[in-house]
Ligand binder design. Structure first.
Ligand SMILES: CC(C)(COP(=O)(O)OP(=O)(O)OC[C@H]1O[C@@H](n2cnc3c(N)ncnc32)[C@H](O)[C@@H]1OP(=O)(O)O)[C@@H](O)C(=O)NCCC(=O)NCCS
Length: 162
């Protein structure tokens, strides 16, 4: 069985790899808004956690997945979540989200919200599997090009263990 990657908070040096994953996996066809500078600002922001899943060590370390969550007082927003295609369906997305949900819960957050592309049926199934509910559509949310689905999950004692 393949070894699970490590999870750790992102460092400045990870910003390029994260931005490129966002461009290729999440923003395809929409332009590139999560460029390196924006990711770097999130890494440095106090109210945001940028989490990476990595494989390998030292100079051979590679980012294979990432997630960005912004924390409010009782609500948190999952801005991005992506796992490199060669590493999908190994539980990495689930682990990244569980880590962030657990941290959010400790910070007093009770609701996680996110938007995703309406056409992204795989990710919609992923979030449903993890307890998220589709609560609405936002037409034109993605640069006027695509509708977003808004999903939410109330967290509490039921948060999955990482
Ligand atoms: C969505 C995504 C993050 C899931 O990451 P992952 O590491 O592959 O997911 P996991 O292995 O943790 O999957 C957990 C469960 O979710 C469900 N699931 C995940 N991907 C799925 C898919 N494509 N189709 C159907 N169900 C899926 C399955 O039930 C899976 O459990 P199983 O593999 O035991 O059946 C990943 O597919 C991805 O990066 N997609 C491209 C970017 C993206 O769409 N991001 C989300 C919007 S920001």
């Amino acid at each position: 069985m393949a070894r699970m990657p490590n999870l750790r908070l992102a460092r400045a040096a990870d910003a390029r790899a994260i931005a490129e994953l966002s461009r290729d996996l999440i923003e395809r066809g929409l332009g590139w808004s999560w460029h390196r500078g924006r990711v770097l600002r999130s890494i440095r922001a106090r109210e945001t956690n940028v989490l990476v899943a990595t494989e390998g060590e030292g100079a051979g370390e590679r980012v294979v997945g990432f997630a960005i969550m912004e924390y409010g007082e009782v609500r948190a927003h999952l801005s991005l979540l992506g796992v490199h295609p060669e590493h999908q369906r190994r539980g990495i997305g689930r682990s990244l989200l569980a880590w962030l949900e657990k941290t959010a819960l400790l910070a007093g957050v009770r609701v996680i919200e996110l938007e995703l592309r309406e056409s992204n049926h795989g990710a919609r199934r992923f979030y449903r599997e993890l307890g998220y509910t589709e609560i609405g559509h936002v037409p034109g949310y993605y640069r006027g090009i695509e509708t977003a689905i808004r999903m939410t999950r109330g967290i509490g004692r039921r948060v999955a263990s990482a």
